[in-house]
Every structure is written in structure tokens, then in C-alpha cells.
Design a protein around this ligand. Structure first.
Ligand code: OGA
Ligand code: MN
Length: 295
């Protein structure tokens, strides 16, 4: 396996390896996992992708999420990001499916609004629009390391609240359904996630984060917005233009991402698998001291 750095200080392409190699071979997984810890975003190209192969590859990294209520693929291990309606036609721009695609165009990290956050998301492109529809990544690890020591220390001991309804509400008020709100109560996480393998901290924020514990609402929101703007500054991001056979996985502990727009009349279909973070991924250090899980 060759690891070729692609981006501005993060992101690498894995060459001479297939999804099936990683799924079936311990040494291939160990090398891919080491590259994941170091580079945060991994790109594999020219893959033969089926749902089964994508899931087998993903399962190497940990336990799979079950897709939440209100998302396409609910109850399975797949999230279907699609603007193709049940009749096979592209839905209109004001359709709920198109609105949800729009919400994915806010800078975010996956599943920070869940009781168990995500280690990694694995995304494959199945139908690609002729223009646009890229996915853009920012390193919240490098962003954290750009801050001064005092701010870093302060953030390591700060906690932010994350809520799915908040990020969806930025697109259209009420885009999150009552069912989704009930299933997904707000979660509180440390604002810095320290990687247990290399000890490097990363900002854990983004579009689902709406408040900072102990700060007044406006000041907390302003801090989250300023950190997000700094973390995604021009010249620091990696833009992935999708080709057939591409698979990209990212470390949700150390990156943010967003979808980029594409012409509304063109179809786009992406399939995501998502792996939950566990103790070895450092999730145990992420709750505030006052937190007592309801369950
Ligand atoms: C995701 C996501 C963006 C895109 O799959 O989690 O945010 O470009 N995707 O589809
Ligand atoms: Mn996402």
C-alpha cells in the first residue's frame, strides 16, 4: 500500500490497495488505520464498490451506526444521500430531500448530535453530477494547532452543545421532524478531541453546535462561528471532486466537511456507512464532568 499525501497538511490517497484487501487482511487494515490516524482523510480511487464491500471495509474500523429515523436508509447500516425521488426523477429544489442535501452543505462533523458520536464516515459516489457536487474537508486538528496556547488550554476545558434540530433549522425552520427531535436530544461534548494514538487535539465543533456551556447564548454562538471560520479558511481545505469508483473516509474527531452545490436538475447519489467511536478512539474523555447519560 502506498500513502500519497494530497492536501494542505492532511488528506492522503491510498494506492495499490482495495476495499476488499482492507476488509480481509489484517496487515492492510493496520496500514490503512495508521494512515487514517495520521492524515484524517483517506481517498481510495478506482474501487469496485458495492454496498457489501463498502460495509465489510467499514466494519474493520469499529461498530456500524444504524441509520436514524427520518433519513433514507433508516434501520440499515447505510445512509442514502440522494436527490432522486421514488419515481426515478430528480426531486424539485424545494423538496425535503433537496433541503437535506442543502443542510449537508453547512460545515459539520457527522453524528456529534448522537449519544454515541462517530469515529469515521465512509462515503462512495454512485451517481455523480457533471458539475459541482464535490465534498470539501477542513482539518480541525491543524486549526486547533494554529491557535495560541492559552486559547488551546481554555478550549480543552470547554464544552459545547450539539443539536441536529439546530443545524437543520438553519436551512428551513422545522426541517427536523418532531420524531427526529424526540430521538435526538441535545448532546454536550468537550470542544477538543484528543487523539489517543498520537496525542494531537482537534476542535470538535461545527454546524450542529449551538452553545457553549457556561457562556451566554450569543457569546457561545459567536465563539463557535469564529472557530469554524478560522478552521475553514481559504487555502486550508481539501476539495474532493468525485469520480466513479472513489471512496473517501474521514476522521469525524479531527475534521469538518461540507457538500458543495451542483445544478438542481442533475442527479446525485452517495452512499455512506458510519462507524461509532468507542473507548479506544478517546470518546470516554469527551463528556463534561456534570454529564450523566439518561440511559
Ligand atoms: C456526508 C456528507 C456531503 C456530500 O455524507 O456525511 O456530509 O458531499 N456528505 O455528500
Ligand atoms: Mn456529513
Amino acid at each position: 500500500m502506498d500513502v500519497i499525501p494530497l492536501g494542505p497538511g492532511f488528506v492522503a490517497e491510498l494506492r495499490a490497495v482495495t476495499l476488499a484487501d482492507v476488509a480481509s487482511d489484517d496487515a492492510a487494515y493496520a496500514a490503512a488505520r495508521a494512515a487514517f490516524e495520521e492524515h484524517s482523510v483517506l481517498v481510495l480511487r478506482d474501487q469496485e464498490v458495492t454496498d457489501e464491500i463498502q460495509l465489510a471495509f467499514s466494519l474493520r474500523f469499529g461498530p456500524p451506526e444504524v441509520t436514524k429515523v427520518g433519513s433514507q436508509g433508516t434501520g440499515s447500516h447505510f445512509v442514502i444521500l440522494s436527490t432522486i425521488g421514488p419515481d426515478g426523477k430528480v426531486v424539485p429544489a424545494d423538496h425535503r430531500m433537496a433541503m437535506r442535501a442543502k443542510a449537508n452543505q453547512l460545515w459539520h462533523t457527522d453524528s456529534s448530535f448522537k449519544r454515541v458520536p462517530a469515529l469515521t464516515s465512509i462515503l462512495s459516489a454512485r451517481v455523480i453530477p457533471a458539475q459541482g457536487g464535490e465534498t470539501e474537508f477542513a482539518s480541525t486538528r491543524l486549526a486547533f494547532e494554529r491557535l495560541d496556547a492559552g486559547t488551546r488550554r481554555q478550549l480543552q476545558n470547554s464544552f459545547a452543545w450539539h443539536d441536529y434540530a439546530h443545524s437543520r433549522g438553519q436551512i428551513v425552520p422545522g426541517l427536523a421532524s418532531p420524531e427526529e427531535r424526540t430521538a435526538l436530544p441535545p448532546q454536550c461534548w468537550r470542544m477538543v478531541w484528543t487523539n489517543p494514538v498520537n496525542g494531537r487535539g482537534a476542535l470538535y465543533i461545527a454546524s450542529h453546535a449551538y452553545a457553549v456551556e457556561g457562556m451566554d447564548a450569543a457569546a457561545g454562538k459567536k465563539l463557535i462561528d469564529e472557530l469554524t471560520t478560522a478552521a475553514t479558511a481559504p487555502g486550508t481545505t481539501y476539495l474532493h471532486g468525485w469520480r466513479k469508483g472513489d471512496v473517501v473516509l474521514w476522521d469525524n474527531r479531527a475534521t469538518m466537511h461540507r457538500g458543495r452545490p451542483w445544478p438542481a436538475h442533475e442527479a446525485r447519489l452517495m452512499i455512506r456507512t458510519t462507524i461509532s467511536a468507542t473507548g479506544v478512539d478517546g470518546v470516554g474523555d469527551m463528556r463534561p464532568p456534570f454529564w450523566q447519560a439518561a440511559e
